[in-house]
Design a protein around this ligand. Structure first.
Ligand code: ATP
Length: 358
């Protein structure tokens, strides 16, 4: 069931158009990640859904209720939108206990004290914080503070939970764990969540749907696997994954099959530019690091390269490869001696785009 409908939202700030017509929907029991470069408009879009910014154009419907209609000049305040908000900073009140922090909004809304007590205790218990109800924020770890902030947003029983970089203040290990329990929580509660993040691995692991923003526009949306393995532009391809990017010229082209080459190298690849590419055009190829297989014995379909170095990364080895002005990284399971190696790179993994920066 669709909980959130955002249609053609446009927002100007300081005389600049920051959002240029964002449209998407979010389903109950799912997580939508807003991903994109710094300044692409993720937080502004989240703030528009929250009611903290008023878009000049567009409409937003939450749980069947129109909360924004640019044409009718309707813009409901955040407290009438049935949303919960979690900020990067957690924004807990330092002089209030955990239970006061979580219950304060209900008190402001005139909920009776015994109901507040029950609702606060229930959500604290659910997130494993019941025993910390009387502590102050300074007496909690970062991870616990973050859970309190999530409890405070959930205690209203919102239909949509809005999370603005909620994990970025946690250390790497806690952050990884939080992806899983937050995801499970959203699915168990059958609400929907919108997660702003600049961390691609967080978006890939936590979200059902990823919206990739560029310069105030949603340039691609889809499931994590679709976005990762089927990028529709250089921006999308470059934004996700660990990539080798090499500049060259189109040598031959036949439909989507193309050969790109530079000084001392050429590679068979696949054109992914919607408008196609012609011979002799300047181009860029994107090759995910994991798509290059390196062998120390000649391989039929392999390109001969120089291995400059093998670097130990703990769980794998990283190889630094070179041929003319084509420089690449690849991974493998064993240390390899410097010198000649063969790199197998399937043509479908050499994504060729126009070189917009030529
Ligand atoms: N109040 C404002 N006045 C003018 N410009 C603003 C204002 N707030 C944000 N912007 C601009 O809007 C653009 C989008 O900002 P926004 O914070 O939404 O991006 P973001 O994708 O969330 O970035 P980040 O990942 O760095 O947080 C940026 O260029 C920013 O400078």
């Amino acid at each position: 069931m669709t909980e959130l409908v955002v249609n053609n939202v446009q927002k100007w700030l300081g005389g600049l158009q920051i959002l240029k017509g964002a449209s998407f929907t979010a389903e109950r029991g799912s997580i939508v990640a807003l991903l994109g470069a710094s300044g692409s408009g993720k937080t502004t879009l989240l703030r528009c859904v929250a009611g903290l910014e008023q878009p000049e154009v567009g409409s937003i419907v939450i749980g069947g209720k129109t909360v924004l209609d640019g044409e009718k000049k309707l813009a409901l305040p955040p407290e009438q939108r049935n949303i919960g908000l979690v900020f990067q900073s957690y924004a807990l009140w330092p002089h209030r206990t955990v239970k006061e922090n979580v219950g304060y909004g209900l008190k402001l809304r005139g909920v009776n004290p015994s109901d507040i007590g029950n609702r606060v205790q229930a959500i604290l218990d659910r997130l494993g914080l019941g025993h910390l109800a009387d502590r102050y924020p300074s007496q909690l770890s970062g991870g616990q503070q973050q859970r309190v902030a999530i409890c405070r947003a959930l205690v209203y029983e919102p239909r949509v939970l809005l999370l603005d970089e909620p994990l970025s203040n946690l250390d790497a290990k806690l952050r990884e764990e939080a992806r899983y329990w937050i995801r499970k929580l959203i699915l168990d509660l059958e609400i929907c969540a919108i997660l702003v993040t600049h961390d691609q691995s967080e978006a890939l692991a936590a979200a059902d749907n990823i919206l990739l923003l560029q310069d105030g526009r949603i340039v691609q949306q889809g499931g994590p696997q679709e976005i990762y393995s089927n990028p529709n532009s250089f921006y999308s391809a470059d934004f996700l994954g660990a990539n080798n990017i090499v500049k060259g010229k189109i040598q031959t082209v036949d439909g989507k099959a193309a050969t790109i080459g530079g000084k001392g190298w050429s590679l068979n690849g696949t054109v992914r530019e919607a408008s196609g590419l012609g011979p002799a055009e300047e181009a860029r190829a994107v090759i995910r690091v994991e798509q290059i297989k390196v062998t120390d014995a000649p391989a039929n379909d392999g390109i001969e390269m120089d291995l400059d170095d093998s670097i130990y990364l703990g769980d794998r080895w990283e190889y630094r490869l070179r041929r003319g002005d084509f420089v690449a990284k690849a991974h493998g399971t064993k240390q390899m001696a410097t010198g000649k190696v063969w790199a197998q790179i399937p043509p479908e993994s050499v994504w060729v785009f126009a070189d917009a920066q030529k």
